[in-house]
Ligand binder design. Structure first.
Ligand code: NI
Length: 221
């Protein structure tokens, strides 16, 4: 599986985060300041000052939530969760098609994520548009849901035509840089855990768990 859609924050956590982010005096600035020179040409949004107390504290909470999530751990095999940014896209704004930098000052980008914070009913447009070989995928999730996708994909944020889109974006440096290897490992892990839940322990499953761990040791960094 290439992508993961998953509920990360409950409704009350999401709501209080949104309130904090949108409260008076929150330090929003032009999003171009953090884009690479190529991406800056197509980037049109606001970002919370990354060095502000609000951004630092909120990032820490989100990293903690992601780290504690067992399904994300199995899917992404995170070594480092980094580059967290809070982004606001208002009417008429968007982010054109681009590729994320492979190496950022904060780490390598193997997987990108968008944590949707606004209620999807509260704005129009603003879909995350992921381009792959077969087709384009447009993503707009309920508030508190996270979308994790390979950083190797070209992607855009469609123009917001009404209201305002508030999200948190960030990157995962994985123990496994190859999407194909990571997906294979995820299938093995998810399948064997489901068998364990259904039938309980067995010597056969022990062999599968052993092979999974040894493959991870061999492929991972
Ligand atoms: Ni991007």
């Amino acid at each position: 599986m290439d992508y993961l859609v998953h509920p990360l924050l409950d409704q009350s956590t999401t709501k209080s985060l949104v309130q904090k982010l949108l409260s008076n005096g929150s330090p929003w600035q032009d999003g171009k300041t953090t884009a690479g020179s190529h991406a800056a040409k197509v980037k049109n949004n606001y970002q919370l000052d990354r060095n502000s107390k609000l951004a630092l504290e909120s990032s820490k909470d989100i990293i903690q939530q992601i780290t504690n999530d067992q399904l994300i751990k199995s899917f992404a095999l995170p070594k480092l969760i980094h580059g967290i940014m809070f982004t606001r896209t208002t009417e008429g704004q968007g982010y054109g098609m681009h590729i994320d930098n492979a190496y950022m000052s904060t780490g390598r980008s193997d997987l990108s994520f968008t944590l949707f914070l606004s209620d999807p009913q509260s704005y129009e447009g603003g879909e995350l548009d992921i381009q792959n070989m077969q087709n384009n995928k447009e993503i707009k999730l309920s508030s508190g849901h996270i979308f994790i996708y390979p950083s190797t994909s070209l992607h855009a944020v469609k123009k917001v035509t009404k209201g305002e889109r508030l999200v948190c974006v960030g990157w995962i440096q994985s123990h496994i840089s190859s999407n194909e290897d990571r997906n294979t490992l995820f299938g093995l892990d998810a399948g064997s855990k489901a068998l364990l839940a259904r039938y309980g322990r067995s010597p056969e499953l022990d062999l599968i768990f052993q092979s999974y761990s040894n493959l991870l040791r061999r492929l991972g960094d």
